[in-house]
Design a protein around this ligand. Structure first.
Ligand code: SAH
Ligand code: SF4
Length: 415
C-alpha cells in the first residue's frame, strides 16, 4: 500500500481526524505526476534500466511532463519508439479528472475535479487585465472550521497528494493551451532550458487559497510547489506564488525556508474573543504567537510584504476600533504588511452578513491613512460559487445541529 506522507502535527494532539489514505491504482501502474526527477530515475532503475540510462531518461521524461505538458508517452519524440510502450506499461501521466467546468459572467472559471479514488475538490482561475491567478486546493475538505467559510463545514476527507496539487496547475495549462511549444531537438543531458516566462500568458500567478489548510498538508504542498518552481518544470517564480494560512504557527518558518513563497495570513480579527470565534485555530495558536511568527517569516521584507487577509463581517470585526487596532498590531510587530479586505461571500446557512460598502470603505481608509496598503478585493465568480470561502463539494448535507457537532469535533481534536 502506498501511503501519503502526513506531517506530524505539532502540539499534543493531532488536530485532524485521521485523513483517509490514497487508494493505489487498480492496474498497478505508477503515476509519474508529482514525482521529482531523482524519484523518476529511481523508478526507472527499479524497472530495469542501468543507472546512467535511468538518469538520462528521467531527465527527458521530466522535461516532457512538466515543461511541455504531454499526457502521452508517444509524444516524447526523443525517446526511442520501442521504449515508449515500455514506459506506458509501467507508468501513467495522471491529471485530476474534470467533473464539471463552469464560467462566471465575470470570466472566472471553476472546475470541479476528482481524484483517481473518487474524491471531489475544486480549482478556480481568475483572469485580470494584467495577470491570471489560479487558486489551488490543498485538501479535500479542511482540517479547520472557520465560521464564515463554506469549506470549513466539510470534514477533512484527505490530503491531496503532490501529484494532485501540481496536477491542478497542469490541468489549467491544458485548459488555457499554455504549454511552451517548440522543438525538443538538441536537448542534451546537461542543457538547461529556462526559457519559460510569464510574458503574455494567461496563467501568471498561483495562490494556495482553494479548499484546505495548506500548512496542515505541508510536505505534499512543498513537494508540489517545488515542481511548479523548477526551472525545467513549470518554471513559475516563487514571487508569483502565495500560500495562505489560517495561522498554523509551528509550520510558518519551514514554509519560508523550504518553500520560500509569499505568505498570506487569514487574520480576520484583532481581538482574542472575536478571532477565537471566527478562526478557531486561534484558541491553539493565539494572535501574539501568530504575529511573532509573521515578524520572523524568512524572506519577508518591504519588497515582499506579508498579506493579511481580513474578511469583512457586519458588526463582528468591522468597527473603526478594529481598524485602529489592526494598525497598532502591525506597527507593534514592525511587520512589512499589506492588508487585503475581503467582502464576505455568502453561502447557504452562513451565520454572518457582509459589512456595508460604506463600512468597508471607512475601515480601508483608516488602515490606508496609517500608511498601510489596504485594497478591497472585488468578489469574483460569486454567481458560480467560486469566490473566496464558497468552495464546497458534495459532502453530505448537514443540519445546523450536525454542523455544530462537527465544529466541536474539529475543535476537540485541536486540543
Ligand atoms: N485555508 C487557508 C486558505 C484557503 S481560504 C486559509 O484559511 O488561509 C482563502 C481565503 O478566503 C482565506 O483568507 C479565507 O479566510 C477566506 N474566506 C473563507 N471564507 C470566506 C467567505 N465566505 N468570504 C470571504 N472570504 C472567505
Ligand atoms: Fe479551512 Fe481556510 Fe476555510 Fe478556515 S478559511 S475552514 S482554514 S479553508
Amino acid at each position: 500500500m502506498t501511503s501519503i506522507p502526513i506531517m506530524p502535527i505539532p502540539g499534543h494532539v493531532d488536530p485532524v481526524p485521521v485523513p483517509r489514505d490514497v487508494t493505489p491504482r487498480a492496474d498497478g501502474r505508477v503515476d509519474l505526476i508529482g514525482l521529482p526527477r531523482p524519484r523518476i530515475a529511481e523508478l526507472f532503475a527499479e524497472a530495469g534500466l542501468d543507472a546512467k540510462a535511468a538518469k538520462l531518461r528521467a531527465k527527458q521524461v521530466f522535461h516532457w511532463l512538466y515543461h511541455r505538458g504531454v499526457t502521452d508517452f508517444d509524444a516524447m519524440t526523443d525517446i526511442a519508439k520501442t521504449m515508449r510502450p515500455w514506459l506506458a506499461e509501467r507508468f501513467v501521466i495522471g491529471r485530476p479528472e474534470i467533473v464539471t467546468a463552469q464560467v462566471s459572467s465575470d470570466g472566472t472559471r471553476k472546475w470541479l475535479l476528482q481524484t483517481a479514488d473518487g474524491h471531489d475538490f475544486e480549482m478556480v482561475f481568475i483572469p485580470d487585465a494584467d495577470r491570471g491567478t489560479l487558486c489551488v486546493s490543498s485538501q479535500v475538505g479542511c482540517t479547520l472550521n472557520c465560521r464564515f467559510c463554506h469549506t470549513g463545514t466539510m470534514r477533512l476527507v484527505r490530503n491531496l497528494t503532490p501529484g494532485e496539487i501540481v496536477g491542478q496547475v497542469m490541468l489549467a495549462r491544458d485548459a488555457l493551451s499554455e504549454w511552451p511549444k517548440g522543438s525538443m531537438a538538441g536537448l542534451e543531458e546537461d542543457e538547461d532550458e529556462r526559457t519559460y516566462t510569464s510574458d503574455g500568458r494567461l496563467l501568471t500567478n498561483i495562490v494556495m487559497m482553494g479548499m484546505g489548510e495548506p500548512l496542515y498538508n505541508f510536505d505534499n504542498v512543498r513537494d508540489a510547489l517545488k515542481l511548479v518552481m523548477d526551472g525545467d518544470g513549470l518554471a513559475l517564480s516563487k514571487r508569483r506564488i502565495t500560500l495562505s494560512t489560517s495561522g498554523v504557527v509551528p509550520m510558518m518558518e519551514r514554509c519560508g525556508e523550504e518553500i520560500g513563497v509569499n505568505l498570506a495570513v487569514s487574520l480576520h480579527a484583532v481581538t482574542k474573543d472575536v478571532r477565537d470565534e471566527i478562526v478557531p485555530i486561534n484558541r491553539k495558536f493565539g494572535l501574539d504567537q501568530l504575529l511573532q511568527a509573521c515578524s520572523d517569516y524568512p524572506g519577508a521584507s518591504n519588497a515582499r510584504r506579508i498579506t493579511f487577509e481580513y474578511v469583512m463581517l457586519k458588526d463582528k470585526n468591522d468597527s473603526d476600533d478594529d481598524a485602529r487596532e489592526l494598525v497598532r498590531l502591525i506597527r507593534q510587530y514592525k511587520l512589512p504588511a499589506k492588508v487585503n479586505l475581503i467582502p464576505f461571500n455568502p453561502w447557504p446557512g452562513a451565520p454572518y452578513e457582509c459589512s456595508t460598502p460604506e463600512r468597508i470603505k471607512r475601515f480601508a481608509e483608516i488602515v490606508f491613512e496609517a500608511g498601510i496598503s489596504a485594497p478591497v478585493r472585488t468578489p469574483r465568480g460569486r454567481d458560480i460559487d467560486a469566490a473566496c470561502g464558497q468552495l464546497k463539494t458534495a459532502a453530505q448535507k448537514m443540519s445546523r445541529a450536525e454542523l455544530d457537532r462537527l465544529a466541536d469535533e474539529k475543535q476537540a481534536a485541536l486540543g
